[in-house]
Design a protein around this ligand. Structure first.
Ligand code: FAD
Ligand code: SF4
Length: 500
């Protein structure tokens, strides 16, 4: 009588209680199902990263004496649910168990086939905690959730009060990029994944983005993830807070941790990262503002978006509050656009399967929202291109935070800006084919006219929002000629979206 325990590609958590003892009646199954590679147009580095890390994890389990069945991509398994059902029908597995899947679609497909579903022992809050925390409220305010988490964990707290007297040090963070500032090279690896890449070719999986198979740079197990993490704490965290929102030509990683893939596949736990950041602060190795800035991202935003996902799915995946329907231009897939900021963000995403938060939000997300792209296509793009993209974290960030398609459940206003914001935070504009100073001329920065036209177009919905009132007061002070020129330029941009 064999109990089959299914391990998903984002459940590579060596500290899970399942693995603390070897049980002869248990066999672990890791399955490289075809559908898991094709449910969105996936970057080749994302496919390689997940599969190579799964293979490592299986080898680690075997080295600890556990029985493992590993099904490689070439075996032709289409989907996980059919495999699970068939193995039970054939009598190879008497009953199935799994850890809570983090994606709605897998939870719906697999849970009915399981005798038992246990916690993944990764997150700091239970799946439905956010829904319960905000029960009866119309909007979910991240700040109140975050403060509650700080109190519960005691991290950066002095009794009931936030350490240092403030919950938030944004005023000291988020500085524009200074002209000269050294950026350490990222901590990378050189894994040879050419054989795996060839296996993916053999089964006909599409290639999008640079595979980097000859020297794959991302961590594939916990030991390597800890190397990336320790490098961040030592060399990057001190400048993380101040330059969290900076955008810099040819600097894809800046002071960001590059830890999201390792964290989302559960090689690392959020709590251990937070404790490590607090220790670095207490040892006076980093400022309070940098430490709090990082802790807010992981303890606050990450847990909060997961809670929103589970509170709102499956309806969340269909929301399109602004009724945006524009097809995604090809340059999202090729990077071939004259807008330097956008081209830099997309090219580096194709190159590294990575962009940092402010590129995702204020460059690619911003232009997608201003152009009115269909949120389904925007979701699919983000889900496919980034190595760290798993729907529970990708979708609330994309459909909610970035595209306002949820009508304000997650963010209180749309994250849009004109070129002025990008100019302030980056050094992209000086090398751009467009002029950021020009507001409505034929060579004007597209973000400028589109910003005003976006607000004009959505006036009925947005004008009542007290956080946006100022924008409308400014627009109303423009002369009719100026308004007309901005709307004309925006109309041209919408009509020629492929040429931007
Ligand atoms: P750092 O900037 O060093 O931040 C440290 C950690 O904080 C991250 O690793 C991440 O775990 C956490 N974090 C920071 N911001 C967020 C956030 N808004 N939501 C959740 N966690 C956060 N993150 C993903 O992990 N997967 C995604 O698919 C994803 N899609 C996104 C789509 C859009 C449109 C936007 C605006 C953001 C998205 N994010 C996503 C959040 C964030 O951009 C990435 O977590 C971050 O860029 C990963 O790089 P890093 O590890 O260097 O992060
Ligand atoms: Fe981006 Fe506009 Fe600056 Fe060009 S001018 S880099 S499009 S913000």
């Amino acid at each position: 009588m064999i109990t089959g325990r299914l391990i998903l590609g984002d459940q590579l958590h060596p500290g899970h209680s399942w693995y603390q003892r070897v049980d002869p009646s248990v066999r672990y199954f890791l399955i490289e199902a075809h559908d898991e590679q094709t449910y969105a147009p996936q970057h080749r580095q994302k496919m390689l990263g997940f599969l190579a890390a799964m293979r490592r994890f299986a080898a680690w389990l075997e080295s600890k004496g556990h029985a493992v069945t590993y099904v490689p991509i070439g075996a032709g398994v289409r989907d996980l649910a059919s495999y699970v059902a068939k193995a039970q029908k054939d009598g190879r597995v008497h009953q199935w168990e799994m850890q809570e899947p983090d994606e709605y679609r897998l939870d719906a497909a697999l849970r009915p086939l399981m005798a038992q579903v246990v916690s993944s022992e990764h997150f700091m809050t239970e799946r439905h905690h956010v829904a319960a925390f905000f029960a009866g409220k119309k909007t979910y305010l991240m700040e109140s959730f975050y403060r509650d988490q700080r109190k519960k964990t005691g991290i950066l707290m002095d009794g009931e009060q936030p350490h240092g007297g403030s919950w938030n040090y944004d005023a000291e963070n988020r500085k524009p990029w200074p002209a000269k500032q050294p950026i350490p090279s990222a901590w990378t690896f050189s894994h040879d994944l050419r054989a795996l890449d060839a296996e993916l070719d053999e089964v006909g999986l599409p290639k999008w983005g640079r595979s980097a198979a000859e020297a794959f740079p991302w961590p594939l197990d916990r030991t390597e993830a800890l190397e990336v993490w320790n490098f961040f704490i030592e060399h990057l965290l001190p400048s993380f807070g101040p330059y969290q929102d900076a955008l810099v030509d040819d600097a894809p990683f800046l002071y960001h941790a590059r830890i999201s893939f390792a964290l989302n596949t559960k090689m690392l736990t959020p709590l251990e990262l937070l404790e490590s950041v607090e220790s670095a602060y207490r040892a006076e190795r980093v400022s309070l503002s940098s430490a709090e800035g990082f802790i807010r991202q992981v303890m606050g935003w990450r847990e909060y978006v997961r809670g929103i996902y589970w509170a709102q799915m499956p309806e969340y995946a269909t929301l399109n509050a602004l009724a945006h329907r524009q097809a995604m231009p090809d340059w999202f897939y090729t990077g071939k656009t004259k807008m330097r900021c956008v081209s830099q963000a997309i090219h580096q995403s194709l190159q590294h399967s990575y962009a940092h938060h402010i590129q995702r939000l204020m460059v690619t997300g911003n232009i997608a929202l201003l152009l009115g792209l269909d949120p389904d296509s925007v979701d699919a793009w983000y889900l496919g291109i980034y190595l760290d993209a798993i729907e529970w974290v990708e979708m609330p960030n994309t459909r909610g935070m970035s595209q306002f398609a949820d009508g304000g459940i997650l963010g209180s206003k749309p994250y849009v800006s004109s070129g002025a914001y990008i100019h302030k935070m980056s050094n992209h504009c000086r090398g751009c084919a467009y002029s950021v100073q020009d507001k409505d001329g034929p060579n004007s920065c597209p973000f400028n006219a589109l910003y005003w036209e976006f607000h004009h177009r959505h006036r009925e919905r947005l004008a009542q929002n007290p956080r946006i009132g100022m924008v409308y007061r400014t627009w109303d002070r423009f002369t009719p000629e100026r308004q007309h020129a901005l709307l004309e330029r925006a109309a041209w941009l919408h009509e020629h979206v492929e040429e931007l």
